[in-house]
Design a protein around this ligand. Sequence first.
Ligand SMILES: [Zn+2]
Length: 317
Amino acid sequence: MASSLIKYNDKFVPLPFGLHNTGVICYFNSLIQSLFGCSSLNQYFLLNESKFQKKDNKIAMLYINLLKENLQTQHNKIFNITNLLNILLIKYKEKNNNKRIGIGQEDVCEFLTIFLDVIDDKNVERLFMHKYQCDIYCSGCKKMTNIPDDKSYQFEIPLNNIDSYEMIYLKKDKGDTINISNYIRNNISNMSDLHCTKCMSLNKLIKINRLRFIPTILTITYLKYQNKKLVDFPKFLEYENSNSKKKYIYILTSSIEQSGNIHSGHYICKSKRKKYTNSKINTIPYLFNDTVYKESDLEPTSNTYVIFYHFYNSIDI
Ligand SMILES: [Zn+2]
């Protein structure tokens, strides 16, 4: 389930810096700031700089250069990543028939997928990619059918969908707490308006997802466009694996908040950054609102949209 996890390492997290918002790119600034909080991604980019240079991977090189500039030194400078976004869009359009994208406010989750697809590196992909074994179960005739695995860079928790067990749970329970660890490990959803192919019953099918591979970086999206509900999330997630007799611990590193709606909203990000205190290195959360950044927290708000966890450590159980 967790063969090649890479530990969170302060050393590869930059010091905080702001990003110019040239046009409507707060979604992209927030995404890049969140990714800079993922130490294993930064570590991989830094260790493989010459490879990316040889391949003329301009996106990776722009990311690496910005990272290197801010890894040891606090500049108090505002940087501009419009170039990074423009090259990303050009590469994406080359691959996808000139699909119209990047004109106005975009969805930050879609851009994570675009970023990882355009970087086009199997090891980077592996840092984010999880795998579910999926079955369809009919509660009418008890038929269980295995369907192809779900593979994705992001875990989605639906909060405004009648098919969502989590939403039903939240309505019943005033605590507004989802056990994210459990949800990620196993989850089920109703498949409305579908007939069972065996017994032909309507609305008796459920999809069962069982986690088979957990990556180093967990990106979790709350699907709640119309439902700005405050949902709590913990600072740490834990996964026990009875086969390896280990407990895997993940630490919360970033969150992206979206105010307004998907087309005319604003994105900000909270992410951990390096701080020197009495010659000791530490990482603490900062809030990044384009050019502005300040020390903050990683508490949930009703605008929380995406949260990032990073593998931290494993302990024997
Ligand atoms: Zn059936």
